[in-house]
Design a protein around this ligand. Sequence first.
Ligand code: AMP
Length: 114
Amino acid sequence: MQDCIFCKIVNGEIPSEKIYEDDMVLSFKDIEPAAPAHVLIIPKKHISSLNAVTEEDSKIIAHVFIIAKKIAKELGIDKDGYRVVSNCGENGGQSVPHVHFHLLGGRLLKWPPG
Ligand code: AMP
């Protein structure tokens, strides 16, 4: 997608602090961290939100969680715990229309979120 900021990060047109990359997903540090550990995991394929995910994307979405677990371990937040969340649409607080998963940890996270 031409105007998608996360597609531009995938293509290297916009810099990011890369954490992990493979053929399906890219992970990088969130530019406005909401916790001591805050990275985004995104499919390389442009999917606008969770609403646009299809059966065809099942492998990619499952892979996101396998990679989230791996990154959590590498960041040293796996033992104390962490959160993986995807905001969808206006009420969900989604600001970038390319589906992404926040991996947050390094502090006690409140529930329910605000
Ligand atoms: P959301 O509000 O759930 O759509 O999450 C979008 C996230 O992307 C926010 O936490 C932003 O801080 C983050 N973000 C936006 N632009 C960038 C960027 N260029 N590099 C890293 N993170 C970004």
